[in-house]
Design a protein around this ligand. Structure first.
Ligand code: ADP
Ligand code: ASP
Ligand code: MG
Length: 442
């Protein structure tokens, strides 16, 4: 049991609420600590590796409706998921009316976001009923502005006002309302953001994020066997890792709580005794036994390599190159440069449609000696607050990669000295992660 006056916000991910058995574990976790006051629920996730997430099935319904095809088959599977949970929990409660209304709305071309959001809406209603807590709809207390950006001021005010009326409550994750009242979702995995918004609004002492792994691990467990769990990580380190693909927590989920310095504790619903990972503003120590905190990577990167003699002395060169990307509404991932060379690393998907015109426009803008495009790259980030104070980290990384015969295409040490990023070819992705992980974890 926690001490008396703590307030904890708990968010449960899709696999934690995938079936009745998981619901029981969740209820046990919530009820075992009276400080766990406000629960944020995701839509039912996969029950096993071959299963489908409800959110994916809802999006499938949306696509079918757009193509004017019958949604019944897919919708029935969704309804069966919820009805199965209700029945197995033995609840005297029905979602029939809601389900019917949603089915009609989908057939009448409801928006993509409205349809996607129903996964959390329905699941939170079941959890509220199971716990005997009030259900508070996120559309009444999470608001976006006209541009679709979270309106934190309005959200904070309304959320804290609504929650102050309830000692305990359940809210659906993933969505809120636009100024005209229509539903808008965050990007995928966005229930993590909802939990953070709730924690911030009520000034929680702790935001517990319950998932299916025992905390943030030093590497993606789908790629590295049994990686070590990270006991403590700073917001900054986590941001670097989650941006790079360590998707255990949505990359934007730290923003609402960071200013208020509310720690996040990643926990495992299937192993509630494990302490998990504490995500904090300042770590209790900068000495990390493994030297690095973690390693993560993402594929699908293209490098646009621009060369021109005396580039460095040409005022405005970099701006002109980047302006071409800006005109196509493309952001860049990294920008390593030399005296006569500059590389812009971008997401391959983002430039897929306009590669040709981008290079042509760059030629026109800066008249380079050459422009080369290198595709099928990936970025690997080695992150760690302990790296600054430890000599030879870069040397260890590069030696490990050389020993594994991996050709490094780019190196970038972030100015915070919190990370070292390398670009390698996509076919070396797995090998690179393994070589780096095993260099630091023997
Ligand atoms: P939830 O449905 O609970 O939100 P997610 O599927 O979004 O859970 O995130 C948890 C998953 O993130 C894990 O099952 C794991 O496969 C994956 N993952 C990727 N990188 C990491 C990492 N570094 N540490 C832990 N989990 C990771
Ligand atoms: N259900 C949503 C998704 O699958 C949001 C979430 O799980 O956080 O992306
Ligand atoms: Mg998630």
């Amino acid at each position: 049991m926690g001490c008396k006056h703590m307030v904890k916000v708990v968010k449960f991910g899709g696999s934690s609420l995938a079936d009745a058995n998981q619901f029981r574990k969740v209820a046990d976790i919530i009820k075992s600590d009276p400080d766990r006051r406000y629960a944020v629920a995701s839509a039912p996730g996969k029950r096993d590796s071959r299963d489908e997430k409800v959110t994916d099935m809802l999006l499938q319904c949306f696509r079918l409706a757009c193509d004017k095809r019958d949604i019944s088959g897919t919708f029935d599977k969704i309804a069966a998921r919820y009805n199965g949970i209700i029945k197995d929990l033995g609840l005297d409660f029905s979602l029939d009316e809601d389900l019917e209304g949603i089915k009609v709305a989908i057939s009448h071309h409801a928006s993509r976001d409205y349809i996607a959001s129903r996964g959390e809406y329905l699941n939170a209603k079941i959890l509220a009923n199971f716990l005997g807590y009030p259900f508070i709809d996120a559309e009444d207390c999470i608001f976006f502005d006209e541009n679709g950006t979270l309106d934190s001021k309005k959200t904070d005010k309304k959320m804290s006002a609504v929650l102050s009326l309830h000692e305990y409550a359940v809210l659906p994750g993933f969505y809120g309302a636009m100024p005209n009242g229509t539903i808008r979702t965050f990007s995928r995995g966005g229930s993590d953001i909802t939990g953070s918004i709730v924690a911030k609004a009520i000034g929680a002492d702790l935001y517990e994020n319950w998932t299916d792994v025992s905390g943030m691990l030093m590497a993606d467990p789908r790629l590295i066997k049994d990686p070590l769990s990270i006991p403590e990580i700073t917001y900054k380190e986590l941001r670097e890792l989650s941006y790079m693909g360590a998707t255990v927590l949505h990359e934007d989920a730290i923003f609402p709580v960071r200013k208020a310095k509310i720690p996040i504790n990643i926990r495992n619903t299937n192993d509630p005794a494990a302490p998990g990972t504490m995500i904090v503003d300042k770590a209790s120590s900068n000495v990390v036994e493994t030297v690095i905190t973690g390693v993560a990577g993402k594929k699908g990167i293209t490098s646009i390599h621009v060369e021109k003699d005396m580039m460095n002395s040409e005022v405005g060169f970099g701006r002109k190159v980047l302006e071409v990307l800006e005109n196509h509404n493309i952001s860049f991932e990294h920008l390593p440069s030399g005296i006569d060379t500059m590389s812009v690393l971008v997401s391959s998907a983002a430039i897929e449609e306009c590669k040709g015109s981008i290079t042509a426009e760059m030629v026109k803008a800066v008249d380079p000696d050459s422009i080369t495009i290198m595709e099928n790259l990936c970025l690997i980030a080695v992150v760690g607050r302990g790296m600054v104070s430890t000599e030879g980290v870069a040397a260890r990384i590069f030696t490990a990669l050389a020993n594994a015969h991996i050709n490094i295409r780019m190196i970038d040490q972030g100015s915070s000295e919190l990370n070292i990023i390398v670009a390698v070819e996509e076919h070396d992705y797995q090998k690179t992660l393994e070589a780096i992980y095993h260099e630091f974890v023997k």
